[in-house]
Write a protein that binds this ligand. Structure first.
Ligand code: PEP
Ligand code: MG
Length: 883
């Protein structure tokens, strides 16, 4: 069957033309320069490298003659004995004969031998599997006949490498036996491969007991096997885990004619790209080599040369045909520029967005494609924080700015402690010499990554960009102590846990904890999101209480407020003390006077909020404080409150003791609190309505508040509070001579409410799933302290995602579905949405679309993510229901 991509990865990264979904083919196929019209290869059958090069040939790029071996052959070999079957060997030699006919060179020939590069072509574009290119075709005889000394050197080096690779990969010879000889030679000066080759050969023959083949055709078969077996390398396994690729797959193999680079003193090989990987704008850059030798030189200085112009033209063709930003590896041979490989540029998210928008403008892709290709979760790094300007900073050191954004956190020295301390709630910054694939999880736990070594395309940088974390590499003046307990940065010493601030956009590291400010949306992101808005069906609302946050959310594209947590409006010290007096006072008159004090303040708050929101919907959730949040805890606070209330501190302490709950999350909160303290609810609702009328009159608009009742379990609770709201509305309407338009809805946060949803829905205008509480109450786990065992669960594979991050579809999701179906049956006009943290999580948003909910509501910073994810969800839903 077809190899499929597990997880959501393929949705975002596979060029559509590479992912043809065609039937899996299992033939050896040839393509490339000099051949006839090139075939299109399907990525599932031949892997990404072969598919890409065949597509390049198809677009008219100069690609060396190549043959592609299907993944199915690898799969067969891996499940059987690891050998290349005789019949498949015949297929390969048929392919090689095709290459011989095209090049007029022959494998094993001594005068003008065909030289082949054997490389892996994994189905997954990022499957870096740890076998280098193996070159076959040189024989000692052919090398002897070479006249040019440089060519001779290069051929000896290639053949020596081939013996080393085949010995180690096929015959399990320790690579060190070769490498120590190389090191010895290097110590004596420039390596002379003509002298080193015989030593390599001797080791290979001795260690393999003469089994190492010296004939190119036999070497070719072993090289294919070496590539196949790399499937089992630990690094390959780590990648498969990381990208959620199943272990069943396999690898395609690409056999490419090794085009010799020109023996010239100009450009001979290198790479070129025509996109800036940071900004996504057009920019020709690259590196080239003279005679294939280091050091690399700057290609952007050579753009007037005809051969480079030709390369730019090829890169442009490829870019508009593939709509992908890639770097092309090339070789100049016989005055012609050959593209030998292409690899995706690792664009920053900002660059991906800019590039996608440009590709739409160039007609290369549709708006829909653009909307689909950006991973919503990655927008975080465009919306990322930067350092507040104008604060005092102490610069410690600088390095290469490898991934943008700013972060502050505590130093950790290893990926494992990053993971451990993150799970305890620390924000951590990983500081180490370099990272490797084994460190992935620790890196994901870190807010930023700092390495003393490495470059802009090294592991740390690539992963950081991919996951949207600030990263600085090659930081100068970094010294780690021997025990790995301290680090010295430019002479200043730090221990694990010390605060550091990192600016990944500038490549600067600062001491201590600095203030960060959020970034604004770029023009291109706004464009992309406006396209997303055209596709998406669900509304995107926000969870805010303050006018400032509301304004920010509107800038990010929120259409209204889906959750205004009124208890959060009480956390300011003055108000908190009023709240405490209301709760603690025995005397009704004290309560009333405190409520009187709060009323104008709250009215002003709602007026300010409505002033920002104007005619957008605003959903106001009635008080839902876990009571303990309002009880004084410190001695001094208790004494203070007691003297304010004119009561004895011991009495008060006793009172507090009585009120405090063992499990405040399941205590007297939500509608329970409102039913026990109806005056609180009434006052709050009156204030909301008064503010509504005030702003409606000011602007001559119709403000439509939606009042939401939290933690409802029984329809009677909801009905009781609804009545109270209606009464309050009538009073205000009467007093102020105004007709209010408001809605009353219920939060669904308890399984019982879901089960009896039809009874609540019959009385309600809308449902809003409080998925935070609903997750905690459905699982029976506390949202405050579940991390300890959830981490273990995730490690053991008992749980795939933290259910507080992504909706647990099987359980919590089923409860949501039940309530939605029953609710809508009883009340076809019922509006349904979610407002828990899940409202900003792309996978959960997909789930909501599948249930055809009406809206999601999330925090301001996740609004752009939600807009994009909701658009993708609509498109996916449409696709699925079309088929
Ligand atoms: C919820 O429970 O999901 C919710 C939105 O309410 P809160 O987080 O305020 O309890
Ligand atoms: Mg809740």
């Amino acid at each position: 069957g077809t190899m499929t991509y597990a997880g959501s990865y393929s949705r975002f990264f596979l060029p559509s033309f590479l992912n043809s979904g065609a039937e899996v083919s299992d033939e050896v196929v040839g393509f490339g320069h000099g051949g006839s019209r090139a075939a299109r290869l399907d990525i599932d059958s031949y892997g990404s490298k072969a598919a890409r090069l065949a597509a390049m040939a198809h677009c008219g790029l100069s690609v060396p003659p190549s043959i592609a071996l299907p993944i199915s052959a690898c799969r067969k070999a891996l499940t059987e004995d690891g050998e290349v079957s005789v019949s498949f060997q015949v297929d390969i030699s048929r392919g090689v004969r095709g290459l011989q006919r095209t090049t007029h060179q022959w494998l094993g020939d001594k005068d003008d031998p065909l030289i082949l590069a054997v490389r892996l072509s994994p189905a997954h574009p990022q499957g870096g599997l740890g076998v280098p290119v193996i070159t076959v075709g040189w024989t000692e005889e052919a090398i002897d006949l070479l006249e040019d000394e440089n060519q001779k050197e290069a051929a000896c080096r290639d053949l020596a490498h081939t013996l080393r690779e085949l010995s180690s990969h096929i015959f399990n010879v320790d690579e060190f036996l070769f490498d120590e000889k190389l090191e010895e030679a290097e110590e004596e000066g420039p390596v002379v491969w003509r002298e080193l080759y015989p030593i390599y050969r001797e080791i290979a023959v001795r260690e393999t007991e003469g089994k190492i083949p010296l004939s190119p055709s036999e070497q070719l078969i072993l090289a294919v096997r070496a590539v196949w077996q790399s499937w089992y390398k630990p690094r390959a396994q780590t990648y498969r885990q990381l990208y959620e690729i199943g272990d069943a797959g396999g690898i395609g193999v690409l056999i490419q004619v090794n085009v010799p680079w020109e023996d010239a003193d100009e450009v001979s090989s290198g790479w070129i790209a025509i996109r800036c990987d940071k900004s996504g704008e057009r920019k020709v850059h690259g590196e080239y080599f003279l005679n294939g030798e280091a050091p690399a030189k700057d290609l952007s200085k050579m753009t007037r040369k005809a051969i480079v112009k030709d390369l730019i033209a090829q890169a442009e063709t490829w870019e508009t045909r593939s709509a992908r930003a890639e770097r092309l590896d090339f070789i100049i041979s016989d005055k012609k520029a050959f593209v030998i490989d292409g690899t995706p540029l690792s664009l920053t998210t900002a660059a991906e967005v800019t590039f996608a928008v440009e590709m739409v403008e160039a007609g290369a892709i549709s708006k829909e494609d653009a909307v689909r290709r950006i991973n919503p979760a990655k927008l975080i790094d465009i919306l990322h924080a930067s350092l507040d300007r104008g604060q005092e900073k102490r610069l410690l050191s600088t390095g290469l700015a490898a991934s943008p954004g700013a972060a502050t956190g505590r130093i950790v020295f290893s990926a494992s402690s990053a993971e451990a301390l993150k799970s305890k709630g620390w924000d951590v910054i990983l500081v180490c010499s370099e990272t490797s694939p084994e460190d992935i999880r620790g890196m994901q736990s870190s807010s930023a990554i700092v390495t003393s070594k490495g470059g802009l395309t090294s592991h740390a940088a690539v992963i950081a960009r991919g996951t949207g974390k600030p990263c600085i590499v090659s930081v100068s003046g970094v010294k780690f102590d021997a025990e790995g307990k301290r680090v010295e940065i430019e002479g200043r010493s730090f221990a694990e846990g010390d605060h550091l601030t990192v600016d990944g956009s500038e490549g600067a590291i600062y001491e201590g904890k600095l203030a960060l400010s959020p970034s604004e949306m770029s023009g291109d992101l706004s464009t992309l999101l406006s396209w997303a808005d055209d596709f998406r069906r669900m509304k995107v609302l926000t969870n805010v209480e303050s006018p400032n946050d509301a304004a920010l959310a509107i800038r990010f594209g929120a259409e209204g407020i889906g959750l205004c947590r009124t208890e959060h409006m009480m956390f300011e010290p003055q108000r908190l003390s009023s709240m405490r007096r209301i709760i603690m006072a025995n005397d009704q008159s004290i309560r009333e006077s405190e409520v009187e004090r709060l009323v104008p303040l709250l009215r002003e708050d709602f007026i300010n909020l409505f002033e920002v929101m104007l005619d957008r919907p605003v959903t106001i959730r009635l008080f839902d404080p876990p009571l303990h949040e309002f009880l004084p805890k410190e001695h001094a606070d208790i004494a203070n409150l007691a003297s304010n209330l004119g009561i004895d501190a011991t009495d008060l302490a006793f009172n507090i003791d009585e009120l405090s709950e063992t499990n405040p999350m399941l205590g007297n909160r939500g509608c329970r609190l409102l039913i026990c303290n109806p005056e609180l609810a009434k006052t709050l609702v009156q204030v909301v309505f008064e503010a509504t009328i005030e702003v409606s009159r000011r602007h001559e608009i119709d403000i439509k508040p939606e009042i939401m009742v939290p933690l409802v379990a029984m329809s009677r609770e909801f009905i009781a509070i609804s009545r109270l709201i209606d009464d309050a509305a009538q009073t205000v309407e009467h007093e102020l001579d105004f007709t209010l338009h408001y809605k009353v809805g219920s939060m669904i946060e308890l399984p019982r409410a879901a089960v009896i949803a039809e009874r609540i829905a019959a009385e309600a205008d809308f449902f809003s799933f409080g998925t935070n509480d609903l997750t905690q109450t459905t699982f029976g786990i506390s949202r405050d302290d579940a991390v300890a065992f959830l981490t273990t669960y995730e490690k053991l594979g008992l749980m795939e995602h933290d259910p507080f991050v992504t909706i647990d579809e099987d359980g919590v999701g089923a409860v949501i579905e039940l309530a939605t179906v029953r609710g809508r049956e009883a009340n076809p006009n019922l509006e349904v949405g979610i407002c828990g943290e899940h409202g900003g999580d792309p996978d959960s948003i997909h789930f909501c679309e599948n249930l055809q909910l009406d809206y999601v509501s999330c925090s301001p910073f996740r609004i752009p993510i939600a807009r994009l994810a909701a658009a993708q969800a609509t498109l996916d839903y449409r696709d699925r229901n079309r088929n």
